[in-house]
Design a protein around this ligand. Structure first.
Ligand SMILES: Cc1cc2nc3c(=O)[nH]c(=O)nc-3n(C[C@H](O)[C@H](O)[C@H](O)COP(=O)(O)OP(=O)(O)OC[C@H]3O[C@@H](n4cnc5c(N)ncnc54)[C@H](O)[C@@H]3O)c2cc1C
Length: 477
């Protein structure tokens, strides 16, 4: 039997009214959702907490949703309860997990409700370690740590702070992509709350259409509460890779970009490169021993890094190089382009634009260009019939992240981001500009984000969410 008790009302509830933290209840001037929750305090599970008013703590404050209430749910059942309540009150709602989504498509205003699932952290491997069941609040760092402890490996994204499902319902690009495919390719069963607040389970066998749609456009079709996911048994002693940062002088940009463009990435290989803090860095990854890794990436190493910080690294530390990008707060209106080719001349222009922005605005000194490149063979072998994810043949994804604090810099930052994106897309080697939903800005057309899957997705949206209740993340209706 589920325990029920009163919620704890956060101070922010009253602070948002300018009343300080002396009281314990919201007042009549609160949003309808807060008022409803305050008048029915046994609605949710024991560990649920309610905060009235806006929120902090997202990865980017730029275009961040500012709801009337944030409920940190204590159990999966709470999600269904809250969706039914929000629907009854005609209040928009948004599930929030890792709080990293940066797109400006959130349409949640101060009437709205955020369902924060960050307390839902259960993870359980089966005995064979071929499957893992986990809840919506599980971050990549949580799942990797659990897999490591269980002598297993899972295909997740590469940044610790991102929720496995936030990334995985749109794609889920990570170091396992070459061997195992995308995060969404790992899904075996999805438990979710539908637009009407009903708890459901979907698998390929139960509903092939919804199964296809949820894998690529998940947030448009349900609030996923927990899943069963593939896992791969690997003993800790064998679960290592050669990886680490290589730092170069910026005079080497054309050589680096040319070498990466020509590099045929094998399934065990992955590579990121960065312009960050005025530096050029490359992060090779090879799932195997150092000597073979160095041989596979010889064309990059031969350019001559000024510093080589690579080493054989255990699975539980593979994502450490990305931790700096996980820092929450600040304004980061980011833009991305999918790339098939990398053009050295274009990348020199990008460096010049980056240097100008970085040097002109002192407060923007964390501004970063991040490019991730993958072996696509496994993703293409799985194929588009299996999911709505449309970009299985894309080699590299380039993201420009202007990073600063003052709103006054928004116009310059957006102009810089758009300039870089247009240089990259003009030299992308793709037939038309496209962007990965989880890296896109929000100003793209739906076709640029959903590709050839768009029309089928829009048809399915009419069946599964006819009233457009799940319309916060690149809405299909
Ligand atoms: C520092 C950083 C590193 C990143 N690294 C990677 C990477 O390695 N690979 C990659 O593929 N992407 C990566 N991304 C992009 C990331 O996948 C997206 O930002 C993703 O949307 C974040 O999900 P979240 O749950 O962390 O954020 P949130 O803001 O909580 O969620 C983003 C959107 O997804 C929806 N959502 C999240 N969970 C669920 C759920 N359980 N059910 C339904 N909808 C849900 C939310 O409602 C929201 O609309 C990175 C982003 C950042 C900021």
């Amino acid at each position: 039997m589920r325990q029920r008790r009163r919620f704890s009302w956060a101070c922010a509830c009253l602070l948002s009214l300018g009343q300080g933290c002396g009281g314990t209840q919201p007042t009549a001037s609160q949003s309808a959702i807060c008022a409803a929750l305050s008048s029915n305090q046994t609605l949710l599970s024991a560990n649920a907490t309610v905060q009235c008013g806006g929120q902090d703590g997202r990865w980017s404050d730029y275009a961040a949703p500012q709801p009337g209430a944030v409920v940190t749910v204590g159990a999966e059942d709470d999600i269904a309860t809250l969706v039914r309540l929000a629907n009854a009150l005609e209040v928009p709602f948004l599930l929030q997990s890792g709080a990293n989504g940066w797109a400006d498509t959130f349409a949640l205003d101060t009437r709205g409700l955020v369902l924060d699932v960050s307390q839902l952290k259960d993870v359980a491997f089966n005995e064979a370690r071929s499957q893992v069941a986990f809840q919506a609040g599980v971050l990549i760092e949580d799942l990797v740590a659990a897999a490591w402890q269980n002598n297993a490996r899972v295909a997740t994204g590469t940044c610790n702070c991102v929720s496995v499902l936030g990334a995985g319902l749109g794609g889920g690009l990570g170091r396992g992509a070459g061997l195992y495919g995308l995060g969404l390719d790992q899904l075996l069963a999805v438990h979710y709350v539908d637009a009407e607040g009903r708890q459901r389970t979907v698998t390929n066998a139960s509903d092939a259409d919804l199964w296809w749609a949820i894998k690529g456009a998940g947030p448009n079709f349900g609030l996923v509460t927990s899943v069963v996911y593939q896992s791969y048994a690997v003993a800790q002693a064998d679960n290592t890779a050669w990886t680490g940062l290589l730092y170069f002088n910026d005079s080497a940009i054309e050589d680096i970009v040319g070498a990466i463009d020509r590099l045929a990435l094998e399934p065990e290989m992955q590579l990121d490169f960065y312009f960050t803090q005025g530096l050029v860095a490359v992060l090779p990854f090879y799932l195997g021993d150092e000597a073979t890794g160095r041989a596979k990436f010889a064309s990059v190493l031969d350019i001559g890094p000024e510093l080589d910080a690579t080493a054989v690294t255990s699975y539980d530390a593979w994502n450490a190089a990305g931790d700096a990008f996980c820092a929450k707060g600040g304004r980061k209106p980011s833009y991305e382009a999918n790339l098939q080719t990398l053009d050295p001349t274009a990348w020199r222009q990008v460096w010049d634009a980056y240097s100008l922005f970085y040097e002109t605005y002192a407060e923007a000194n964390l501004t970063t260009l991040l490019t991730e490149c993958y072996s696509t063979a496994k993703m293409q072998e799985i194929g588009s019939a299996e999911s709505a994810y449309p970009w299985r043949d894309i080699k590299c994804y380039s993201i420009v992240i202007p990073w600063y604090t003052s709103e006054a810099l928004d116009a310059a930052a957006n102009a810089f981001g758009q300039e870089v994106r247009s240089i990259l897309s003009a030299s992308s080697g793709t037939d038309a500009f496209s962007a990965y939903i989880n890296f896109a800005h929000g100003d793209e057309t739906l076709a640029e984000v959903y590709g050839d899957s768009l029309s089928r997705l829009q048809t399915l949206k009419k069946t599964y969410d006819p009233n457009g209740r799940l319309n916060q993340w690149f809405p299909l209706s």
